[in-house]
Design a protein around this ligand. Sequence first.
Ligand SMILES: [Zn+2]
Ligand SMILES: [Zn+2]
Length: 113
Amino acid sequence: MIGKIRQKLIELHQPAPKEAVEMICPICDRPIPDSQKDAHHLIPKSKGGKTTEYLHRICHKQIHALFTETELAQQYHHAQILREHPEMGKFIQWVKNKPNAFYEKTRKSTRLK
Ligand SMILES: [Zn+2]
Ligand SMILES: [Zn+2]
């Protein structure tokens, strides 16, 4: 009987299974909570793109508010290139100070009106 209890205690001290590695957003460099995970096609699906990358929902919305699918396919098909755009830079500075799970409706950029 005592042996059984000791066995239980040993089991309890086993390290918990490793948690999934935290996903980092390639746009803003913050961890992405599960609730905000959004897959972005680096080249839009409509242009035959297959590779996706996980971003915050808000970062993802921002990209599509700023760029057309053609621009994404032809120029901005990489997170690093997106980050270098001045409007994205402003957005990143702004979102950096928000909680990781922050989300709000993104206003359409005046560029695309
Ligand atoms: Zn997308
Ligand atoms: Zn992000």
